[in-house]
Design a protein around this ligand. Structure first.
Ligand code: 1CP
Length: 355
């Protein structure tokens, strides 16, 4: 394995001194880039793109050619895990993800088993190895998975949801059944992330996009506890390098204090909590990642630059900040605008660091 040429991202996650704030963007490979739309068209559909390691590698590299980003993220999806469990993932244009076999009864949930991860998700690990070769040590590669609760919402609702009626009813009426679902997905996800690390992922992020839809006690019992199980089972060091773990619970707010105790290295923060407040919640326990409102990217380059300046000032001086949006970049963004954001982080962040 080649020596890493740029490790500011990994160092910031471990709260070590860095000369500037590293930056990457959630969903940095995606539909806002014309070159992504072209390759996706070539692949036919989204899952065919994920299952083709060469093309998945190509779209992972695309944003790195345009912008001075400090990390690459594996191109895949959080729903590959239930697909490997036999639920039959497919995408319907304009409607998002759907499952042929959602798990909508207590029996269906009780019958779920941990699949053969190595075999069923081999295409993901092959993509990780291909991307690491192609990166050639330029920047680290982030692997990822969804939180068991977030993945579980798609499994029981059968697709995207805004209100989560089925899984919320389970939490209240059959909490032991939901515990079982969380345990099976957590166990599968632990194996899945460890296999990504084995294949070459140098940091991992758990996307808990919907966990904060639960009230506090249910959040802790179902979403947070299942993420805790994953973190406890992860490979934390490989070839003498620490493998940092990032947890991103969208809308966590004061729950960041609880999440800082899970043993993760960093927490993602969305734009509804400012970074100064988030820093008070977590103290010196973990690094923070975020948190510019993705909507800011629709504004002029001047407004974007000011948004970057405000975000950096809100975190303030010292190590432990990774710049990102507060959620993924949306398909309608002008690629030039993301360039203005990345350049602003490079220009404005050194004053916050002594190193
Ligand atoms: O090309 C297309 O039309 C597909 C759009 C798309 C893309 C680009 C989907 C379908 N997934 C992805 C890639 C993806 N998904 C990545 C890749 C790497 C990168 O960041 O560059 C990642 C990390 C994800 C994670 C993901 N998928 C999440 C968690 C993060 C988040 O944004 O909240 C979720 C909730 C999903 C489910 C999913 N997959 C795809 C869509 C459109 C959705 C969301 C549906 C919904 O809103 O419910």
């Amino acid at each position: 394995m080649s020596e890493l040429k740029n490790d500011v991202f990994l160092r910031a996650l471990m709260r070590q001194p860095v000369p500037r704030t590293p930056v990457w963007i959630m969903r940095q490979a995606g539909r806002y880039l014309p070159e992504y739309r072209e390759v996706r068209g070539q692949a036919g559909d989204f899952m065919s793109l994920c299952r083709n390691p060469e093309l998945a590698c190509e779209v992972t590299m695309q944003p790195l050619r345009r912008y001075k980003l400090d990390a690459a993220i594996l191109f895949s999806d959080i729903l590959t895990v239930p697909d490997a469990m036999g639920l039959g993932l497919h995408f319907i244009a304009g409607e998002g993800p759907k499952f042929k076999e959602p798990v909508q009864s207590v029996d269906a949930i009780r019958n779920l088993r941990v699949p053969d991860v190595e075999k069923k998700l081999d295409y993901v690990f092959e993509a990780v190895r291909t991307i690491r070769r192609e990166l050639n040590g330029e920047v680290p590669l982030i692997g990822f998975a969804g939180s068991p609760f977030t993945v579980g919402t798609y499994m029981v609702e059968g697709g995207s949801s805004r209100e989560f009626p089925t899984i919320k009813a389970l939490a209240k009426e059959s909490p032991d059944v939901l515990d079982h679902l969380m345990n099976i997905v957590a166990e599968t996800t632990t194996e899945y992330l460890n296999a990504q690390i084995e294949a070459g992922a140098q940091a991992v992020q758990i996307f808990d996009t919907w966990g904060a839809a639960l009230e506090g006690d249910d959040f802790r019992r179902f979403s947070m506890a299942s993420m805790q199980k994953i973190i406890d089972g992860l490979t934390r060091e490989k070839d003498g390098q620490k493998i940092p773990v990032i947890v991103f619970t969208k809308g966590a707010g004061p729950l960041l204090t609880d999440l800082a105790e899970t043993g993760c290295d960093a927490l993602g923060v969305d734009w509804t909590t400012d970074l100064a407040t988030a820093r008070e919640y977590v103290g010196d326990k973990v690094a923070l990642q975020g948190n510019l409102d993705p909507a800011t990217l629709r504004e002029s380059p001047e407004v974007i630059r000011q948004g970057v300046a405000d975000t950096l000032a809100s975190y303030g001086k010292g190590p432990g900040h990774v710049f990102n949006l507060g959620h993924g970049i949306t398909p309608d963004i002008d690629p030039e605008h993301l360039g203005a954001l990345v350049d602003a982080v490079h220009e404005l962040s050194p004053q916050y660091h002594d190193a």
